[in-house]
Design a binder for this molecule. Structure first.
Ligand SMILES: [Fe+2]
Ligand SMILES: [Fe+2]
Length: 352
């Protein structure tokens, strides 16, 4: 006698699914795209997710019936079998049915943050309090301590849609990791680097991602993110925050309350510093072909770019190695890095 299955109950999670396991569980659709095989036959390429991770899936039959329904952000009940393909787990689907949002507990499907966001935020505040330059510190404080919307978003935002630090709090984790490295390099190359400018580069380089990405359910690019992008959005924020600081009595160090009528207030954010901060954001992708309108043209910008590049790559490759299912010492082919990676002992230690 076959067991009665409750389609809405989440009993099986992505992380537990092993090769050859039968799959019978609801999932959130992270990606849904139609592709064609070598013979021109259409199939549906899917990525399912729940709070424990993501898994790929393919549908070969009844494509038109599923196309308009099984869309990104939808909940589906799936039956099938898990296979391994090119080192990655994949569900071969035999049955799939759309579920209504009120039939599932959404919290079981959104990724859990692997980091302690409160302690990361406390570290950020510590870095800000250690800044010496009064203008740079005032700007950092206005953005990361006084702006409640930014603080809230920062504790939730991933650093990317799918590449590096792609989980809630991932952006903050990336910012702290970059800033720790910048702190180190400021000492290594002393006295040739301005630590406070480096710090602002670390804090602000990806700040535009708070609005570039939408991450309420499935992370995706927002309308503004698609058309403007996080570098320019970050520069716009800096411009706005400095304007607000200059208008605020006592917003900047040295401005005595009521000492000057607004139009005569002489304490402004020095223009050269403002432009340097903007340059840190605009140049952090390093090369024009990677989306930076300017290449790094001061040492601090060069260091921020290098550290950012290193931190995102380490996180991307570490995650790739961790999730790879190929038996033995080598991963499957990583398409974006065009190579196989060696799997050291920690990969196996963490799976026990
Ligand atoms: Fe970036
Ligand atoms: Fe970054």
């Amino acid at each position: 006698m076959s067991m009665q299955i409750n389609m809405f109950e989440k009993k099986q999670f992505v992380k537990e699914i092993q090769e050859k396991d039968p799959v019978a569980s609801p999932f959130l659709v992270k990606l849904s795209a139609v592709a064609t095989d070598k013979n021109g036959k259409p199939y549906l390429n899917l990525i399912f997710m729940d709070k424990t991770g993501e898994i790929e899936a393919k549908v070969w039959e009844d494509i038109p019936a599923h196309m308009g329904q099984v869309v990104k952000g939808a909940f589906v009940y799936v039956e099938g079998k898990c296979k391994t393909y090119q080192g990655r787990k994949q569900v071969q689907i035999s049955k799939m049915q759309i579920l209504r949002e009120d039939e599932v507990d959404i919290s079981l499907y959104l990724p859990e943050s692997p980091c302690n966001v409160e302690s990361l935020y406390a570290q950020l505040v510590q870095f800000i309090n250690a800044m010496q330059d009064p203008h740079y510190r005032a700007l950092a404080k206005a953005v990361f301590i006084d702006d409640e919307e930014i603080v809230l978003k920062l504790k939730k935002a991933p650093a990317a849609k799918s590449v590096h630090h792609a989980y809630p709090g991932g952006l903050l984790e990336h910012v702290i990791s970059v800033t720790k490295a910048l702190d180190f390099f400021s000492k290594l190359y002393a006295p040739y680097l301005d630590r406070d400018l480096l710090f602002l580069g670390g804090f602000l380089h990806d700040i535009g991602k708070l609005w570039e990405l939408s991450y309420d359910r499935v992370t995706d690019y927002s309308f503004e993110g698609k058309l403007v992008g996080h570098l320019v959005m970050g520069v716009e924020l800096v411009e706005r925050k400095i304007n607000e600081l200059e208008k605020k009595e006592n917003g900047l160090p040295g401005a005595l309350p009521g000492a000057f009528p607004a139009e005569k207030r002489i304490f402004v954010f020095p223009k050269e510093k403002k432009i340097l901060v903007k340059h840190m954001i605009l140049s952090h992708h390093g090369e024009l072909e990677f989306g930076s309108p300017k290449r790094p043209k001061c040492l601090e910008a060069l260091v921020v770019h290098s550290v950012d590049n290193l931190d995102s790559k380490v996180n991307t490759i570490r995650t790739f190695i961790e999730q790879d299912q190929t038996p033995g010492r080598w991963t499957g082919l990583n398409k974006s890095f065009e190579r196989y990676f060696y799997k050291p002992d920690w990969v196996y230690a963490s799976k026990d």
